[in-house]
Design a binder for this molecule. Structure first.
Ligand code: ADP
Length: 398
């Protein structure tokens, strides 16, 4: 889904509808968050004043490194951890006094937590057989069939869950979580126990299921690709705080700080200024990356007049920002603007990664077409892919 399509999904939402987090704080001392909240103890501050709105029907990913407080925040929203400060609201009304099972929030975890003694249909039906919204049998069976079809397991109803693969188990867990139509679904690293290829496919299927059911969701992950694949907006967390909240495209093009850019995978940061930098190589990359036509695909950030980059900025280069061109004059691909010395070549799916040493820029990861890998030690012409370059403020907020 493109950012424009994501924006369109955003439109019908009203400001306060959905989930509101207002200056949320979660603390732990030796006895856990409950004891810390009771005693007002300092201990570890896992979540440090987070404010965020998740509109009805919106999917937001909480993305950050391990230990940054994502799960603590999710558990606080669910009501599983007490707040040391701030408020959690639904449609602008505090849920602080509402117990976990009455919030109408669904939960899905990394290990699915299926009931081993029930078959697949029995697991999906579970959410429909407890609580106040008890469904009649025909209605329940129809809902189970609908959900199993939604997650691609239409024929799996009678299967014992012990016969399922890891991916199938998570599909069942998703169907079970969606069955009672939760007003908010909270997902804590639901794909991280799966292998990489399966994770990628399930991330797309998970998004499709959330969109098809119009489910409002908060999704915790440490995996950038997963966050980008699943969410309408990505909230980047670090050390208990939110650093940036944006659509995947805007986040990639306009990282607010060097720290966010680094976490997204930008690997090299080169100081630039409006005036010539003193390094012809840096100036060439800036010129090539700063689209003169103002294309939306160009690097974002604090652009100065005439597409130049404001003084005191950093040019952030992601792996693949430099592309090894076959020959400077073969008429194919982008114009080479730099030369680099090859220090290492590694084969990847469909391409080669080439470590190159470039004067003024240091060691960078360029890409080359498979079959056209250069030799280690050779000097190669390099073009710039502006979609893998961003401009970030040098002294952005920490
Ligand atoms: P993430 O989900 O981003 O990996 P967590 O929310 O699990 O991060 O953890 C945030 C911080 O809170 C970490 O420093 C972690 O060690 C601490 N923490 C999490 N749970 C507890 C707990 N029950 N008791 C004490 N500290 C905890």
């Amino acid at each position: 889904m493109t950012d424009a399509e994501r924006d369109e999904r955003d439109e019908p939402r009203t400001a306060g509808a959905g989930l509101g987090l207002h200056d949320v704080v979660v603390r732990y001392d030796g006895g856990g968050a409950r004891a810390a909240a009771r005693r007002g103890a300092s201990g570890t501050t896992a979540v440090d004043g987070v404010s965020l709105h998740v509109g009805t029907g919106e999917v937001v990913a909480l993305l950050g490194p391990s230990g940054c407080g994502k799960s603590s925040l999710l558990r606080a929203v669910a009501g599983l951890e007490p707040l040391a400060g701030g408020r959690v609201t639904w449609d602008d009304v505090s849920v602080g006094d509402v117990p976990v099972h009455r919030r109408g929030f669904g939960l899905m975890f990394q290990d699915g937590q299926l009931f081993e003694h029930r078959d697949v249909a029995g697991n999906v039906a579970f959410g429909l057989t407890v609580g106040s919204g008890r469904a009649g049998r025909p209605e329940r069976d129809a809902r189970v069939a609908e959900l199993l079809a939604l997650v691609g397991l239409a024929e799996y109803g009678p299967r014992p869950v012990s016969t399922l693969s890891g991916g199938e188990r998570q599909r069942v867990a998703l169907a079970r979580a969606l069955a009672p139509r939760p007003r908010l679904l909270l997902l804590d690293e639901p794909l991280s126990a799966l292998d990489r290829a399966l994770r990628e496919r399930l991330a797309d299927d998970l998004r499709a299921a959330l969109v098809a059911t119009g489910t409002t969701a908060l999704f915790v992950t440490h995996d950038q690709d997963e966050a980008f694949a699943v969410a309408d907006r990505v909230a980047v967390m670090d050390a208990g705080r939110l650093r940036q909240v944006d659509t995947p495209g805007a986040l990639w093009r306009h990282p607010a700080t060097r720290q966010v850019a680094q976490f997204l995978g930008y690997e090299a940061f080169v100081p630039v200024s409006v005036a010539p930098s003193g390094s012809p190589q840096v100036d060439d990359v800036v010129r090539a990356a700063t689209c003169p036509t103002g294309s939306a695909d160009g690097p974002g950030g604090p652009d100065g007049p005439d597409g130049l980059v404001a003084a005191g900025s950093l040019l952030a280069l992601a792996p693949g920002a430099l592309v090894v061109t076959e020959r400077p004059d073969d008429g194919r691909g982008a114009d080479p603007v730099l030369k680099g010395t090859v220090v290492q070549v590694s084969a990847r799916r469909g391409r080669a990664e080439v470590r190159v040493e470039v004067d003024g820029l240091g060691a960078l990861t360029a890409v080359a077409p498979l079959g056209a890998e250069p030799r280690v030690g050779s000097v190669v012409p390099l073009a710039v892919d502006p979609t893998a370059v961003a401009v970030v403020p040098e002294d952005g907020p920490a």
